[in-house]
Write a new protein. Sequence first.
Length: 485
Amino acid sequence: MSETQRVADRPSAPPPAANGVDRFFKISARGSTFGREIRGGFATFFTMAYILVLNPIILGSAEDKYGAQLDPVQLTTATALVAAVMTVVMGVGGNLPLALAAGLGLNAVVAFQIAPLMSWDDAMGLIVLEGLLICVLVVTGLREAVMHAIPGPLKQAISVGIGLFIAFIGFVDAGFVSRIPDAANTTVPVQLGGSGTLTGWPILVFCLGVLLTVGLLARKVKGAILISIVTMTIVAIVINSLADIKAWGLTTPAWPDQVVDAPDFGLIGDFNLFGAFGEPGVGVITVVLLIFTLVLSDFFDTMGTVVGISTEAGLLDQDGKVPNLGRVLLIDGAAAVAGGAASASSATSYIESAAGVGEGSRTGFSNLVTGGLFALALFFTPLLTIVPLQAAAPALVAVGFLMMTQVKQIDWDRYEIAIPAFLTIAVMPFTYSITNGIGAGFVAYVVIKTVLGKAKEVHWLLWGTSALFLVYFAIDPIEQILGVK
């Protein structure tokens, strides 16, 4: 969304608050309406509801050191519960349109890197420790200070990079592009469709959804993203009923045999805080390195997401700072604790919240809607997960475009900022990681400033975080040197 559009969306003199809820969430003050917030809450939920299916698959498919597996039904309950509670807490406490749920990437680390070394309750204990450490960093002011130390152009680059990243997620989730197996002996990492061409009804649903979404956005239709998701879900349900399709992916657009499903809270509280340190065959150094990796990834993924969402929503103040940042970061840290305590893996802020922002969300009120839908999913998971990725992914592509428009605010003639900005933007989608993009940008910024004799202009916190990123990028040789691999 361009700066001109943002200004146009906000009246210079916002109307007075209609009621107490409006005043509390500053809905009118931020140029929004209850209708926009509600639509945004629905859009955010539908673009991230896949986690209710995907998180149980990732965690449930892995075995711990002793061959134990987590129950998929209990995992679904834990995932929905943590997402519902922490999304509402973020809405009320942080007043940002920022939903939270089990973090992708982090759950894979837990399932395939940590669990094979220890029991599940010990692995989830590490997640709780990670969240507590992040909370300590927030309370001491370090996490907020790092965010304030980032130069404005790099913040814009983070937002642009996230835009490309989220659009890429949409293309991949829908199957519009797919990874080429290593066996193909080619240097091309992805290809069009599953075999170099677009085939199948699901891809048609995605393509039509993209065209519908961008068409509605170009016409400035209110509720464009949500209209597209609902419309293409209906189209997908009709197509699925008429054709024999087995390639929808995680969710199939078909009316479920069972609408209501009872939640199972059996995994809640099943964690051992310091158990990992006593695991046979697992050294203290290994445990510390695992926690370091989790903290760094969660720390900067959240930082990028918060900056990107706040920038796109036009919520940064005149100094480029996020409103209520301290509370927002503390709630995000608490979400990691809650995720580990519920055995749902670390919960974190979701970049898919950008779909709600694209629909008009500007306050935490939209989180009440998103969180409420996750709460309903505790009992109506079969009904709320019929939206196929091909119907929801067009929203991510459209939002990626909106976030990409901020690229013009970067001064591309100043190489000392343009090169780090470019690396930030490029590395995020190419490595499928917000953290990697931020790290590449930070390190490049420090190096270039030093080469130009401007090292004193670099905030000391950027020196420190860049050093940590060097450790992060070189974690494999460091583990080998320490003899933990």
